[in-house]
Design a protein around this ligand. Sequence first.
Ligand SMILES: Nc1ncnc2c1ncn2[C@@H]1O[C@H](COP(=O)(O)OP(=O)(O)OP(=O)(O)O)[C@@H](O)[C@H]1O
Ligand SMILES: [Mg+2]
Length: 253
Amino acid sequence: VHLDYELSALLAAFRNEHLITSYLGPLRPGKEAHIHCCRRPDGGYAILKHYTPVSLRGFRSDAIYDMGTSFVQTRERRAIRDASNHGLQIKLKLWTANEYRNAQRLRALGLPVPEPLGHIGPAILMRMIGGPDRPAQQLREAALSAAEAQRLLPRLQADILTMLQQDLIHGDLSAYNVLWHRERHWLIDVPQMVNATVNSAAHELFIRDCVSLLGHLRRCGATIDPLGWATDTWERWASGKILRADAAIADGY
Ligand SMILES: Nc1ncnc2c1ncn2[C@@H]1O[C@H](COP(=O)(O)OP(=O)(O)OP(=O)(O)O)[C@@H](O)[C@H]1O
Ligand SMILES: [Mg+2]
């Protein structure tokens, strides 16, 4: 297999940190990042998600998403603004660091997110759901029955509420960014997660997330009014009525 220089360097770095033992190959062409499969020292599998400058073409506008740039230095901020190659590199690293930190935060809340294992430069390593012979499906590929969709509905609503209770909005929630494996769901692709209290587009993003994901379940046959639920939930959050107890409506697995 021909590997580009940066990927080879990243694989060597993750190997040095004893996070992977070998490279198994690309999993699928992601729209924004390159997704690769690796073996872990314990014999399990890891996903290496590699952002390249090409990824930036697909990046969502910084005006909509928080880039978490408040901690970068002035010189770096200037570099990001002037879109120099140096700026691009910083942006990719920030985006990757955001994804790692967000995944850790969501897992700490008990949400079903693949365990983040490490991040180096423009790449994040996480536990693979499924294996190379049977990778997890995207929810949109899963052909859920109406009964399955109905069972999944309160679990996804609970996840959305758990995040909102902490003022968090995924920001790119859809049947592409939820995986389905052995009757369980996993939330992925979290670099753009936003804070509802500081992001001016938070309301719009929240409604879009809910309509996109819950709309998919509705099309599978679940009984839900996605826009109505989203609007009502947002109003309850905005008036301080989203309590931790609300997030416990799912029975858990
Ligand atoms: N931890 C994982 N376990 C198994 N498969 C994964 C994992 N992470 C990502 N994938 C696979 O790679 C795909 C792309 O991942 P992700 O959504 O994080 O990247 P992306 O660049 O945003 O891609 P896209 O823009 O196409 O959504 C997922 O839909 C899934 O099929
Ligand atoms: Mg995605």
